[in-house]
Design a protein around this ligand. Structure first.
Ligand SMILES: Nc1ncnc2c1ncn2[C@@H]1O[C@H](COP(=O)(O)OP(=O)(O)O)[C@@H](O)[C@H]1O
Ligand SMILES: [Mg+2]
Length: 235
């Protein structure tokens, strides 16, 4: 069995706009291993968000297949995909996407509540908050938190159900550079010490250096792939 957490096998995705067909992804294949940190870069329009959407099981490819922990996803129903997303995937967004009326703690717990795992998540939420340095902030609303603290809350929320894979779309895009570096350090530390697996879309070459591997997209295909100095994964 392959040790990939997620595999994309020859995936293609097209969008039709009037008489024009856009090939957002074009026969792309990719494996992400357990405890690997992968950055995806590339010019605007190269397919980064489309790739993250497909790997996040938020949309389906027109051709090719995606396997999550060895399980084929193309034959699953919408409900089954929803459960798989909820239980196996954690999402981190550029704009944090916290619910303003809920406290940090309530935001973090939300995916666990939805999954009916409140009990086990209680302990886990405290551990994650400690790890991310927001334990003292749990009773605050997002408006009472700094940008860096908000993104840590969002990371904690992504982790609450112990996902197999964390998908991050420009997670430092709304942070100043030193706060962004702190968030990247935390992701890096989680990968090394907690065995998290992360795929992160970024524009920022410095941010990408925190990953083990940088994949550059161009016109919906992998243009190049490099291993960084961080790389500790044996291939
Ligand atoms: N929902 C959509 N409808 C039509 N075209 C889309 C849609 N999503 C993406 N595209 C097109 O697909 C290509 C890749 O987009 P995207 O994955 O968002 O690139 P990136 O994130 O690298 O900027 C672009 O040409 C974009 O305009
Ligand atoms: Mg994009």
């Amino acid at each position: 069995m392959s040790d990939a957490i997620i595999s994309a096998n020859h995936i293609s995705k097209r969008f039709v706009l009037g008489s024009e067909t856009i090939h957002a992804l074009n026969d792309l294949s990719l494996d992400i291993k357990r405890s690997e940190f992968v950055a995806v870069m590339g010019p605007s329009g190269s397919g980064k968000s489309t790739l993250l959407h497909l790997l996040g099981l938020l949309d389906t490819p027109d051709e090719g297949s995606i396997e999550l922990e060895g399980q084929a996803t193309q034959t699953l129903t919408d409900d089954e995909l929803t459960y798989l997303r909820r239980d196996k995937l954690g999402f981190i967004f550029q704009t944090f996407e916290l619910i303003p009326t809920l406290t940090a703690k309530e935001n973090i717990m939300l995916p666990a509540e939805v999954a009916g795992k409140r009990q086990e998540a209680e302990v886990r939420s405290r551990e994650i908050a400690e790890l991310l340095g927001i334990a003292e902030r749990l009773n605050h609303k997002p408006s009472e938190l700094s940008g860096g603290q908000r993104q840590r809350v969002a990371i904690a929320r992504a982790l609450i159900n112990d996902p197999a894979l964390i998908l991050a779309d420009e997670p430092t895009g709304n942070l100043d550079s030193s706060t962004g570096e702190e968030v990247l350090e935390l992701l890096r530390k989680g990968v090394i010490e907690q065995g998290w697996t992360v795929i992160m879309v970024t524009h920022d070459a410095k941010a990408a250096e925190y990953a083990d591997r940088i994949i550059r997209l161009k016109d919906g295909q992998i243009e190049s792939e490099t291993r960084t100095a961080m790389n500790t994964v044996n291939s």
